[in-house]
Design a protein around this ligand. Structure first.
Ligand SMILES: *[C@@H]1O[C@H](CO)[C@@H](O)[C@H](O)[C@H]1NC(C)=O
Ligand SMILES: *[C@@H]1O[C@H](CO)[C@@H](O)[C@H](O)[C@H]1NC(C)=O
Ligand SMILES: *[C@@H]1O[C@H](CO)[C@@H](O)[C@H](O)[C@H]1NC(C)=O
Ligand SMILES: *[C@@H]1O[C@H](CO)[C@@H](O)[C@H](O)[C@H]1NC(C)=O
Ligand SMILES: *[C@@H]1O[C@H](CO)[C@@H](O)[C@H](O)[C@H]1NC(C)=O
Ligand SMILES: *[C@@H]1O[C@H](CO)[C@@H](O)[C@H](O)[C@H]1NC(C)=O
Ligand SMILES: *[C@@H]1O[C@H](CO)[C@@H](O)[C@H](O)[C@H]1NC(C)=O
Ligand SMILES: *[C@@H]1O[C@H](CO)[C@@H](O)[C@H](O)[C@H]1NC(C)=O
Ligand SMILES: *[C@@H]1O[C@H](CO)[C@@H](O)[C@H](O)[C@H]1NC(C)=O
Ligand SMILES: *[C@@H]1O[C@H](CO)[C@@H](O)[C@H](O)[C@H]1NC(C)=O
Ligand SMILES: *[C@@H]1O[C@H](CO)[C@@H](O)[C@H](O)[C@H]1NC(C)=O
Ligand SMILES: *[C@@H]1O[C@H](CO)[C@@H](O)[C@H](O)[C@H]1NC(C)=O
Length: 689
């Protein structure tokens, strides 16, 4: 598994996805808001929990109830103020993907006010924590340039102060490297803000730099609320130190520690992907010396979100295989307190995350979150309303690989992963999600029994041909499974008939095809396979099949993927791995002529830029990691590239414009322009040609 993953790459959000019926909770934040979406609909995929609800309970988990009762929407990451009077939390109650910070007043365990917005912008506002003197809010925000920074709000006046976005902090770090600031927390005397940062660390792929997804190396810093006196509190080479929290007496800070490498596996679905192999710890050190290190808990399991409950008790989250998953306690002195007994869960879902305790240690608040739609689970319904980050477009959720008809009528194709990892069928549907028709059912494909079921069975990137009569798609084993199983290029007509093999030798892995303008050529990605006699067949790169003759010509032999013919058939857009050590500048987007000439690199960031698609008007949408993580990586569940932001640019790489600004992995975009939506598609529903 580990070796195979060294080569694991598909593309941003290539990972997965799935969904199902919405709960009423989501449907009421799914309403059109202030949109002035004259340009049309913008469909894209998102990997995030499909619901998130705050609960309050006794410290041992008993007597659990919804913190906000009927006012519960999509809420997470609560913190209890040191005076016990407020709970701050992040919520997407303004709309799916629009994270802001709120607070409610609380008396004992009873909420006594409605949620009040205390940090709001068009970017991510998250991780709010009120200072112990009650005067200020510290929070993380991506409002200025999409990168996460820490700001303060004076609660009485609402006036804002930059904490990390100042010359001495963000401005003093290398601007081409990760430069994110996360999880602020206050010293009990309100004199220091302590936070984490991956500043001046490489854009490092997992598997010691070989992998495609990034790891995150965090250190803990402290600064005055003025942004002065920045200093490193705790750091360890090749380890990440996250989510610091002070002991009530201000003497120590506790944090989680894991290998930088494990910040990749640690944000995946533990059961599915690594069992119990990760070894992580809960550690505390003296503040301010950073010395006198104590390891409070160690061993297998992903331990995150520690907090001092009392000077002698630390609580934390364990993300683990089913029965060990939950909230745990450890006593510094080794006592067994009757009121602090672990709260184990018997399943991975719902996940209990971000616990916070009342200052008297009696109560605990945490969120319960549903599946993310990542590699294993169900998420949102097609066409669910998402927040309009660009007010010209009506943002909507789609399943993976959406592709509109060429002729400009409101019909599209996508790969449906709603039923989870077992299959991903190729679908045709209206752009508003109605009239879904299965074009290719992976379970029924008998071309190779080993890829007809389970994780291997993927029908991906359905792309329309000229006249919209046929689609081409890849069927096979993708992601890590491409190492050992084949993939094929097929065509199918828009009624799901005439399934025709265009390219595939049952050894080499072919996938991610695109038709040219006249339907005579299909470009696709190749990956070598091993024949039964042990010979390696095929190469990495891109190839073209001549549709009339089925002759396959290898175009490139570099690490390339996701090719797409330009609307006029003259150029190919694709992603190329440009650096083999994967410490910086690993993937970029290119265009080239069919014969490989005039190769043009159209992205510059030294993070990953990938997964480009053409828009109908000849521009390019793609995913970029250049703004870095929006949160500490290990705090995510089942999300491989939570830093992915969708970017729009002109064909030559100019006018780059970010289209999303959420906490989550946003990818797989498609424009459905207003001119298209106003048309009617000429098709017969139950055609049986
Ligand atoms: C979230 O997904 C689960 C299935 O895993 C489903 O039962 C539930 O209805 C979904 N909830 C929402 C709000 O979409
Ligand atoms: C949890 O704590 C409450 C009081 O704090 C107590 O009444 C209850 O019995 C405890 N439950 C368990 C399962 O220990
Ligand atoms: C909190 O609730 C208690 C009783 O439940 C009440 O006596 C007290 O006045 C309340 N405190 C505040 C600040 O409202
Ligand atoms: C914070 O920094 C940003 C970026 O430099 C700047 O635009 C903004 O005005 C600053 N805000 C305050 C309150 O200083
Ligand atoms: C955001 O602003 C900070 C501070 O000026 C800078 O270091 C960082 O490079 C900027 N990030 C991007 C992606 O522009
Ligand atoms: C950290 O990891 C890098 C890359 O694997 C390695 O070169 C370096 O020696 C490591 N540093 C320490 C202190 O282990
Ligand atoms: C602590 O005490 C409880 C009973 O109150 C017991 O169930 C539990 O196993 C003890 N835990 C440890 C670590 O000894
Ligand atoms: C969805 O789109 C189809 C095709 O464009 C249209 O016929 C239908 O009325 C739409 N349905 C809704 C609920 O908007
Ligand atoms: C493809 O190879 C598999 C063995 O890996 C074999 O079972 C299957 O029949 C082959 N399919 C074709 C069409 O040759
Ligand atoms: C669509 O595919 C069928 C089956 O391969 C083929 O006969 C037909 O010519 C194709 N139509 C177009 C317009 O390419
Ligand atoms: C091994 O098998 C492949 C695929 O069937 C074939 O093309 C190749 O000629 C074979 N090589 C040898 C040495 O038999
Ligand atoms: C090469 O491609 C770029 C980008 O599409 C284009 O602007 C330029 O004219 C092309 N140059 C040649 C010599 O074709």
């Amino acid at each position: 598994m580990r070796v195979a993953r060294v080569f694991s790459w598909l593309a941003v959000a290539g990972t997965a996805i799935a969904h199902a019926g919405m709960r009423s909770v989501e449907s009421h934040i799914g309403k059109r808001t202030d949109s002035n979406a004259q340009l049309g609909t913008f469909l894209h995929n998102r990997i995030s929990p499909n619901y998130s609800e705050l609960y309050i309970a006794e410290a041992n988990g008993s007597n659990e109830r919804l913190l906000l009762g009927s006012n519960t929407v999509y809420d997470f990451r609560a913190t209890w103020s040191a005076d016990g009077q407020y709970v701050t939390f992040t919520s997407e109650r303004r709309g799916n993907g629009q994270a802001d910070v709120y607070r409610v007043a609380i008396n004992g365990s009873t909420v006594t006010s409605t949620p009040e917005l205390i940090a709001v912008s068009e970017g991510v506002d998250d991780s709010g924590e009120i200072s112990p003197d009650g005067k200020m809010l510290a929070f993380a925000t991506s409002r200025f340039n999409h990168t996460s920074n820490i700001m303060l709000t004076v609660l009485e006046t609402g006036s804002l102060k930059n904490l990390t976005l100042v010359d001495g902090i963000a401005g003093a770090a290398n601007p081409t490297l990760p430069n994110g600031y996360f999880k602020p927390t206050w010293s009990p005397d309100s004199e220091w803000v302590v936070f984490t940062s991956d500043r001046n660390t490489p854009w490092r792929g997992h598997s010691a730099g070989a992998g495609w997804e990034h790891t995150q190396e965090l250190s803990i810093y402290a600064a005055r609320p003025t942004g002065e006196d920045l200093r490193l509190v705790s750091s360890r080479a090749n380890y990440t130190h996250g989510s610091p929290h002070f002991s009530p007496n201000g003497k120590r800070i506790v944090f989680y520690e894991m290998l930088t490498e494990d910040t990749y596996n640690g944000r995946l679905q533990p059961d599915l992907l690594y069992g119990s192999v990760l070894n992580t710890s809960i550690v505390s050190v003296d503040f301010p010396s950073g010395k006198n290190r104590i390891v409070h808990a160690t061993g297998t399991g992903v331990k995150i979100s520690p907090r001092f409950v009392t000077n002698d008790v630390i609580g934390y989250v364990m993300k683990e295989t089913t029965s060990d998953n939950g909230i745990y306690y450890v006593s510094v002195s080794g006592k067994n307190y009757t009121q602090y007994q672990n709260i184990p869960m018997n399943t991975m879902t719902p996940a209990l995350r971000s616990p916070t305790w009342s200052p008297d240690g009696k109560y605990i608040i945490y969120e319960k979150q549903g599946p993310t739609g990542g590699s294993t689970s169900t998420s949102r319904t097609q066409y669910t309303k998402l927040w309009d980050f660009n007010k010209n477009w009506d943002y909507r959720y789609t399943d993976v690989f959406p592709m509109g008809k060429r002729s400009g009528c409101p019909m599209m194709a996508m790969s449906q992963q709603m039923e989870g990892p077992a299959k991903s069928n190729l679908m045709r549907l209206s752009m508003n999600g109605t009239d879904q028709v299965t074009l290719f059912e992976t379970e029924k494909a008998m071309i190779n029994p080993s890829i007809a079921e389970g994780y291997n069975a993927r029908a991906y990137q359905g792309n329309w041909g000229p006249g919209d009569t046929n689609l081409t798609f890849g069927f096979g084993a993708y992601f890590v499974a491409r190492e050992s199983s084949p993939g094929f290029i097929f065509s199918v007509n828009e009624y799901g008939k005439d399934v025709t093999l265009l390219a595939g030798n049952n050894i080499t892995n072919y996938g991610f095809p695109s038709y040219n303008h006249d339907g005579t050529k299909v470009v696709f990605r190749t990956w070598p396979g091993t024949a039964s006699n042990g010979t390696t067949i095929g190469s990495i790169g891109l190839a073209v099949v001549d549709v009339p003759t089925r002759k396959v010509t290898q175009l490139t032999t570099e690490w390339d993927n996701l090719p797409a013919f330009s609307p006029d058939g003259k150029r190919i857009l694709f992603t190329r791995r440009v650096n083999w050590s994967n410490f910086h500048d690993n993937y970029d987007i290119f265009t080239m002529n069919l014969d490989g000439t005039n190769l043009t690199k159209v992205t510059e960031s030294i993070a990953s830029d990938a997964h480009a698609v053409w828009t109908q008007d000849g521009r390019i949408l793609y995913s970029t990691g250049m703004y870095g993580f929006q949160q500490e990586a290990p705090l995510y569940d089942d999300s491989m590239q939570p830093y992915a932001v969708i970017m729009l640019m002109d064909q030559d790489g100019s006018n780059k414009t970010p289209m999303t600004n959420s906490l989550w992995e946003d990818a797989m975009p498609m424009f459905a322009p207003a001119s298209v939506l106003s048309k009617t598609c000429p098709y017969k529903k139950n055609h049986s040609a």
